[in-house]
Design a protein around this ligand. Structure first.
Ligand SMILES: [Fe+2]
Length: 233
């Protein structure tokens, strides 16, 4: 069943991709950022999609996601791409995938803009101005599915000189925005993380990691489903 109200909203909205400048969304090999959009206006990126070919229902009860703060390293305008890290980025290749669900309809949500950012192997975030390593946005598919490839984030010390003993657990940062739904800001953690004594560690946000070897290439995978709640009327 298609959410007709939402489709109508998307089709009739006067704020869409065109307002961003189509040229800003053409993918380039050097992954230039798009025009800056403020954090509060992130849901102005609208994607129109058709209905999924088959009915998709959750396997179990949909669980609301524990939110987390943005933290100090979020930057707007990350490039749209399925690879967060450049070729040759040091670290363990990691493929993160999942599906976005609507809590109200219990159906997949297409067209959700997902914005990821994480540290490199030096415990550093790229500046998000001239350097967008380990940052990227993409859009959930007509079946709510997403998949990104990057490196596995490592634990880091936010203040290595002032508080060298304070470690953040390893995490992907993520914000998900979709018209009609509350933006979700959260972190994806890892089961068995070496720094899970971090008070911000949330077992319910922790993914299982699977090691894969395909054609001699070793990498890791994890699955994290998102659940968005309707905006209050
Ligand atoms: Fe972080």
């Amino acid at each position: 069943m298609v959410d007709l109200k939402r489709r109508t909203f998307l089709q009739h909205s006067t704020v869409g991709l065109a307002t961003l400048g189509v040229s800003g969304l053409i993918l380039r090999c050097d992954a230039q950022p798009t025009q800056p959009i403020s954090r509060d206006n992130a849901d102005q990126i609208l994607i129109q999609m058709g209905a999924p070919q088959q009915e998709i229902t959750p396997k179990g009860e949909l669980r609301k996601i524990t939110p987390q703060p943005y933290g100090p390293f979020y930057r707007t305008g990350a490039p749209f791409r399925g690879k967060l890290s450049l070729p040759g980025e040091p670290g363990t290749t990691f493929v993160l995938s999942g599906r976005v669900w609507a809590y109200d309809t219990k159906r997949p949500l297409p067209g959700v803009v997902l914005d990821f950012w994480h540290v490199d192997m030096q415990e550093k975030y790229s500046d998000g101005v001239t350097d967008f390593r380990n940052r990227g946005r993409l859009v959930s598919s007509e079946t709510g599915q997403y998949e990104v490839e990057g490196i596995r984030p490592i634990p880091y010390r936010p203040n290595p000189t002032g508080a060298p003993e304070f470690w953040r657990c390893a995490h992907f940062h993520l914000v998900a925005v979709c018209p009609g739904y509350q933006p979700l800001v959260t972190e994806i953690h890892f089961q068995g993380d070496a720094k899970k004594n971090d008070p911000m560690y949330r077992a319910e946000n922790a993914i299982a990691v699977e090691e894969r070897n395909v054609n001699g290439k070793v990498f890791q995978t994890g699955v994290f489903d998102l659940v968005l709640e309707r905006t209050a009327k």
